[in-house]
Write a protein that binds this ligand. Structure first.
Ligand code: ZN
Length: 438
């Protein structure tokens, strides 16, 4: 069953160009000049409208699904439906907030069984590194996780304690050329947060705490030679440190999130805990500096850190930033949130594709035999038909919980359709697959 998609704007090889994308089964067979007649009678011809651009399916390597155990926060069915609606064809599930946390092969098995049969898009899994499972990381690696997540500070849940010193884990992970991704905040520099004032909350988690933890992570990476990745960078003050380490040969990559690129501390209403996440959304000048970090290539990727909870845990009743769960829900709208900002700052869709598809696919190894994150011959036929000039107002989303700080905002860029493995996702039977590290 072959399909040809023809468009005047297709993101291929790092730029938009006219192209015909020939799809055979779940794979892209060829990318040809747009008007090339395709031999062998393709079964279906799809011609994109003039206002549409064809992108590769996005890869969101930072999603907290929370099933099993806290499925009322977010589950595989709802998360992957939201992903599909948002042009995300692969998510990588975080190892914590579900019960059990993904700390050994048996727990990974529990997670895979919970996910099986209800995913609308493809799902891969991170494992966790905590003090209690050191020495057992290789077994989890061999069981198929794409890498290991650790916290350098309290994680918010007792069953996932922090690794204050990541070096022993990195020594172990370096032996099998694995990857450690770290939540980098230094607990010694945090203060107790309480009350409705957002400025107080930001002050309780200062930029210096990120710099301190990142410096420690980079030292451990330098000592051990292991690959490390900084998740959800919020403070742009750490960018020079990261750039210098990379120039020095340290194998480090960096992500930031849509909320740090779109929201600012100045606009967060006091008591509006929908905006709470850790580390926090900081001031407008910091946001601009993060955009510069993306432009300079110090920040490699943008992924959601979708981390919802039940509405009661957001404590909108008291509006107390100290008591509210920290996490922002955005899986379904990451692409238009980032695109709305990116286009205003002179970036093109090829940049967005690099940040939200190609780089996270490479980080997780899913750019290899799984063929994720690009439109090219031999790649996965995961595609997004995107209307970059259309606008919409954020209303009800497919996420399990309705709370998100983006409600009511007008965003630019509409996902018209999402294709997984060579066929459009129509909302009937879920056909996402569970992926293992290649
Ligand atoms: Zn997270």
């Amino acid at each position: 069953m072959r399909t040809v998609l023809r468009g005047r704007r297709v993101v291929v090889d790092g730029r938009e160009q006219p192209a015909a994308v020939v799809v055979d089964g779940p794979w892209i067979e060829a990318v040809l000049p747009v008007d090339t007649p395709v031999a062998g009678q393709p079964a279906q011809e799809v011609v994109l409208a003039d206002d549409e651009v064809l992108l590769p399916g996005l890869v969101d390597s930072h999603v907290h699904v929370n099933e099993p155990g806290r499925t009322e926060w977010e589950g595989f069915a709802t998360a992957t439906r939201a992903a599909a609606a948002g042009g995300v064809t692969t998510i990588v599930d975080m190892p914590l907030n579900s019960l059990p946390p993904t700390l050994d092969p048996a727990a990974l098995d529990v997670k895979r069984k919970a996910a099986d049969g209800q995913c609308s898009v493809d799902v891969a899994f991170w494992g966790g590194a905590v003090p209690g499972n050191l020495g057992g990381l290789r077994a989890l690696h061999d069981a198929g996780v794409v890498g290991f997540k650790c916290f350098m500070v309290d994680s918010g849940v007792p069953e996932f304690p922090p690794l204050l010193d990541p070096e022993p884990a990195l020594r172990e992970i370096a032996e099998f050329d694995g990857l450690l991704i770290a939540h980098a905040e230094d607990g010694a520099l945090l203060t107790d947060a309480h009350g409705r004032r957002y400025a107080d909350f930001v002050a309780s988690r200062p930029a210096a705490s990120e710099e301190s933890a990142i410096a420690r992570l980079l030292d451990a990476a330098r000592t051990t030679g292991a690959r490390v990745h900084v998740v959800h960078l919020s403070s742009a003050a750490a960018l020079p440190l990261l750039a210098a380490a990379r120039a020095d040969g340290v194998a480090v990559t960096v992500e930031t999130c849509p909320h740090y690129l779109a929201l600012t501390a100045e606009e967060v209403p006091d008591g509006d805990t929908r905006f709470k996440c850790c580390p926090p959304v900081r001031e407008a000048a910091n946001r601009d500096a993060l955009w510069q970090g993306l432009a300079d290539g110090v920040i490699d990727m943008v992924v959601s850190d979708h981390s919802p909870c039940t509405p009661d845990l957001k404590r909108l009743d008291s509006g107390d930033f100290g008591q509210a769960w920290g996490g922002i829900a955005s899986l379904q709208i990451g692409l238009p949130v980032v695109w709305s900002q990116a286009r205003a700052r002179g970036h093109g869709l090829a940049d967005v594709v690099r940040w939200m598809a190609t780089a996270p696919a490479r980080l997780t190894g899913l750019s290899g035999s799984a063929g994720k994150g690009r439109i090219a011959a031999g790649a996965a036929a995961d595609l997004v038909v995107f209307a970059p000039d259309a606008t919409f107002e954020v209303g009800t989303l497919h996420h399990r919980s309705p709370l998100t700080p983006y409600t009511g905002r007008t965003l630019t860029g509409v996902v018209r359709s999402t294709w997984l493995a060579g066929r459009p996702l129509t909302g009937d039977a879920p056909r996402g697959r569970l992926l293992e590290r290649a």
